[in-house]
Ligand binder design. Structure first.
Ligand code: THU
Length: 132
């Protein structure tokens, strides 16, 4: 399962975080997904003055990967500048489940702390296409 190394994903997410458009919350997030062919795709959060149209870094990364023809997504790294490692919001958990399944989730901060999880650990009993 190539998908970029953990270090590659974290480094790319850190760079993406620098490009966050977060003038309202000032809370910058970067995310990078890796596909099974070893390609990686990054995203940052992009805020709107309407607040509600704001898009999280995780979904930007996933949607970018899909739009650029990624193969099966298998990993995501999320980087924010928090001591308690920042997890994906509820909306992103749904999207991560749909596009990564029970893939790997790597949380990291700017001080070098990291944690490796499975999506199912933060999103138990998901709703998905298997119900439709
Ligand atoms: N945000 C993300 O991009 N990802 C997360 O995991 C948590 C929250 C963004 C949305 C908003 O721009 C800012 O962080 C504050 O909620």
């Amino acid at each position: 399962m190539p998908a970029g190394t953990i270090e590659q994903l974290i480094e790319a997410a850190r760079s993406a975080r620098e490009r966050a458009h977060a003038p309202f919350s000032k809370f910058k997030v970067g995310a990078t997904v890796g596909d099974e062919d070893g390609r990686i795709y990054s995203g940052c959060n992009v805020e709107s003055a309407s607040y509600g149209l704001t898009m999280c870094a995780e979904r930007v990364a996933v949607f970018r990967a899909i739009s650029e023809g990624a193969s099966k997504l298998v990993r995501i790294a999320v980087v924010a500048d928090t001591e308690r490692l920042t997890p994906p919001c509820g909306a992103c958990r749904q999207i991560l489940w749909e596009f990564l399944g029970d893939g790997e989730l790597i949380l990291a901060n700017l001080s070098g702390a990291t944690e490796r999880l499975r999506i199912s650990q933060i999103f138990p009993r998901p709703f998905d296409r298997s119900f439709l």
